[in-house]
Write a protein that binds this ligand. Structure first.
Ligand code: NOJ
Length: 561
C-alpha cells in the first residue's frame, strides 16, 4: 500500500503563518526563533510535519505571498542560519518541513520585475505578462487585473494584488528559475512544497476577454487549469522525483474533474490538492457572497471528493488556513453571531466536533495554527484596523449601497485577518505572544482561549485534537479505510463510516446547538458498537443512546455481534 513517497498518507500537518505564531526576539513579530522554541509544542500535538506559509523576503503587500527573494529569509523572521536550525530541530523531532512555493507571481519589488519593467529589450522582459491594451479580467485581490507601468509604457497582468505581477510561465527561462528554486530548498533538506495557486500558472493564448456572465471573477476560466498546465507540472514533478518529497497544490475553484488529472493516473503531478468546495457552505468565495451555513452543502462537498479519490488519489483535509475566517465562527457555534459574547456559548463543543468532522475522513489532515485551541474571528471597529489587502478591497468595492455598519459586519464575517491574529499562548499580556506590542490585534477572548489554560484542562479543544490525531494514527482503517456517508440530506447530522477489511468506524457529528435525536444506519443494526471518542466528558449521562447533546460528536468502533 505504501509507495515510495507515500509517507504523507499516515501523517498530519500543522500550518504556520509565522508572523502571528510566536515572537522569539521581542519585536512584536512572530519569527523563526519563536518557531524553534515552540517546536516541541507542535510535536506534542501529534502532527508529523509543518507547512510554512512564505518565510521569504517580501514587502508584505500580501503578507509573504509577494516574494522579492526566493533564496532567503525575511529579516523580520530571522535568517538562513536560523532556518537551518529550525529545519534540523524539526527533523530531529521527526517533523517534516514543507515550504510554500509561490510562483504564479512575484513581488513587483523582485529584481526580475524591476528589470522587466525597464523595457522590451531587457533580458527579463518576457518574465512577466505585458500588453499594450488590457483585457477585461478582474483581479482576485485588488481591482482590475492590469496595471499600467509608466516606465515600460505597457500594462502588466496581476491576478492577485497590484504588487503581485504574474510570471510568464510560457517562458522556458521562468520555468528553469522555478526548478532552481525548488532544488535550492530541497538540497537544503526540506521535504516538499505547498504550491500556491498552482492551477493558475498557464494562461490561455491571446489572453481573451472573459465573459462577464460567468459567475466567477471575470477572466478566471482563461487561466484556471490553463492550456499548458500539465506540461509545466510534469517538469516540476520531475525535479521532485529526484528527491523524497511531496507536492501539495492549492487549487482554487478547481472542479473535481480537473483536479483528478493532477492527482491520479500517468499524468499525476501532485500528491494532494487543497480543494475549495467545502469552504463554500456559507459563501461563494469566502469574501464575496455570504449565505447561511448549509450543512447539506458541506457534506456534499466532503463526500464528492472522498468518493472520487478513494483508491485513486489522496485528499488534503483542512477546515482552516490563513485565507479563511476561523471555522468555529463559520460552521460552529460562532455562526450565531453575537457582538456581546466574545466566546460562543458552545465554543468548546462545536470546536471539538469540527475536528471530528474532518480528521477521520480519508486523507492527510492539516491543522492551522490556533485552530487546535479553537481561536475565533476578531471583530475590529474600523476597516482601517484591518491589514489584509483583500478585506480592504472588498470593503471599498462591494455592497457600497449598504450602511457602513453592515459592510463592516461583512468584514467581521469574512476577513482573512481573523485567521491572522497572534496565537493565544496564555492569558498574560499580549496573550503571551510577545513581550512588545504585537504587530496586529490580539483577539480579546485570549483570557479564555489560550494554550496554557487548555494544556491544564483535560477536556480542552487542544487535548481533544491530540486525542483525534492519536486515534487516527493508531488505526489503519481511519487512515486508509473506505469512506461512506449516511443520511446525506439530514440538515443537522453529518454521519460517515470508514471501513477496511473487517474493521469499521462510524463517525457522527451534530451541527445543531440543540439536543437532537439521531438514527443509526439500518445496515448497522445488530452490530456491536463501542464508543472510542466523544467530545463530551466521559461518564456524563447520555440520555438514551440516540440523543445527541449540542454539537455532540462520537466515534464508534463497529463489530459484528
Ligand atoms: C493563495 C494564498 O494562500 C493567499 O494567501 C494569497 O493571497 C494568494 N494565493 C496569492 O498568492
Amino acid at each position: 500500500m505504501m509507495g515510495s513517497n507515500e509517507w504523507y498518507k499516515r501523517m498530519a500537518f500543522y500550518q504556520i503563518w509565522i508572523r502571528s505564531f510566536f515572537d522569539g526576539n521581542g519585536d512584536g513579530i512572530g519569527d523563526l526563533y519563536g518557531v524553534y522554541e515552540k517546536l516541541p509544542y507542535v510535536k506534542s500535538l501529534g502532527v508529523d510535519g509543518i507547512w510554512f506559509s512564505p518565510l521569504y523576503p517580501s514587502p508584505n503587500a500580501d503578507f509573504g505571498y509577494d516574494i522579492s527573494d526566493y533564496y532567503n529569509i525575511h529579516p523580520d523572521y530571522g535568517n538562513m542560519e536560523q532556518f537551518r536550525k529550525v529545519l534540523d530541530k524539526a527533523h530531529e523531532l521527526g517533523l517534516k518541513v514543507m515550504m510554500d512555493l509561490v510562483v504564479n507571481h512575484t513581488s513587483d519589488e523582485h529584481p526580475w520585475f524591476v528589470e522587466s519593467r525597464k523595457g522590451k529589450d531587457n533580458p527579463y522582459s518576457d518574465y512577466y505578462i505585458w500588453r499594450d491594451k488590457p483585457n477585461n479580467w478582474d483581479s482576485i485581490l485588488e481591482g482590475k487585473a492590469w496595471e499600467y507601468d509608466e516606465t515600460r509604457q505597457q500594462y502588466y497582468l496581476h491576478i492577485f494584488a497590484r504588487k503581485q505581477p504574474d510570471l510568464n510561465m510560457d517562458n522556458p527561462r521562468v520555468r528553469e528559475e522555478v526548478k532552481r528554486i525548488m532544488r535550492f530548498w530541497l538540497d537544503l533538506g526540506v521535504d516538499g512544497f505547498r504550491e500556491d495557486v498552482i492551477n493558475f500558472i498557464s494562461k490561455k493564448e491571446g489572453l481573451p476577454d472573459g465573459l462577464p456572465f460567468i459567475p466567477v471573477i471575470n477572466g478566471m476560466p482563461h487561466y484556471k487549469d490553463g492550456p499548458h498546465i500539465h506540461e509545466y507540472m510534469a517538469e516540476f514533478r520531475k525535479v521532485c522525483k529526484e528527491y523524497d518529497c511531496i507536492q501539495i497544490g492549492e487549487g482554487p475553484m478547481t472542479d473535481l474533474k480537473s483536479a483528478m488529472r493532477y492527482l491520479t493516473g500517468d499524468e499525476k503531478s501532485l500528491d494532494m490538492m487543497f480543494s475549495f468546495d467545502h469552504m463554500m457552505a456559507d459563501c461563494i468565495y469566502t469574501e464575496y457572497i455570504h449565505r447561511p451555513f448549509d450543512l447539506v452543502k458541506l457534506k456534499k462537498a466532503f463526500s464528492k471528493w472522498q468518493k472520487a479519490l478513494n483508491n485513486k488519489g489522496w485528499n488534503a483535509l483542512y477546515l482552516e488556513n490563513h485565507d479563511h475566517p476561523r471555522i468555529i465562527s463559520r460552521y460552529g457555534d460562532g455562526r450565531y453571531f453575537s457582538i456581546r459574547r466574545q466566546v460562543p456559548k458552545y465554543w468548546k463543543e462545536s470546536g471539538k466536533m469540527l475536528a471530528v468532522s474532518y480528521i477521520f475522513q480519508q486523507g492527510t489532515p492539516f491543522i492551522y495554527q490556533g485552530q487546535e485551541i479553537g481561536m475565533t474571528n476578531i471583530k475590529l471597529s474600523s476597516i482601517d484596523d484591518y491589514v489584509d489587502v483583500s478585506s480592504k478591497n472588498n470593503f471599498h468595492t462591494y455592497h457600497l449601497k449598504e450602511s457602513l455598519e453592515r459592510r463592516l459586519r461583512r468584514i467581521h464575517i469574512s476577513s482573512r485577518d481573523s485567521a491572522r491574529t497572534p496565537v493565544q499562548w496564555s492569558d498574560s499580556r499580549n496573550a503571551g505572544f510577545s513581550d512588545s506590542t504585537p504587530w496586529f490585534f490580539v483577539n480579546g477572548n485570549y483570557h479564555t482561549i489560550n494554550v496554557e489554560a487548555e494544556e491544564k484542562d483535560p477536556e480542552s479543544i487542544l487535548n481533544f485534537y491530540r486525542k483525534c490525531l492519536d486515534l487516527r494514527k493508531k488505526s489503519k482503517t481511519l487512515v486508509y479505510g473506505e469512506y461512506r456517508e449516511y443520511f446525506p440530506r439530514d440538515r443537522h447530522i453529518y454521519m460517515y463510516s470508514r471501513s477496511l477489511g473487517e474493521v469499521s468506524y462510524l463517525i457522527i457529528c451534530s451541527f445543531s446547538r440543540h439536543k437532537i435525536r439521531v438514527r443509526f444506519p439500518k445496515e448497522m443494526k445488530g452490530m456491536k458498537k463501542k464508543m472510542v471518542l466523544c467530545n463530551y466528558p466521559a461518564g456524563k449521562e447520555v440520555r438514551g443512546n440516540g440523543w445527541f447533546r449540542p454539537y455532540e460528536a462520537r466515534v464508534y468502533k463497529m463489530a459484528d455481534k
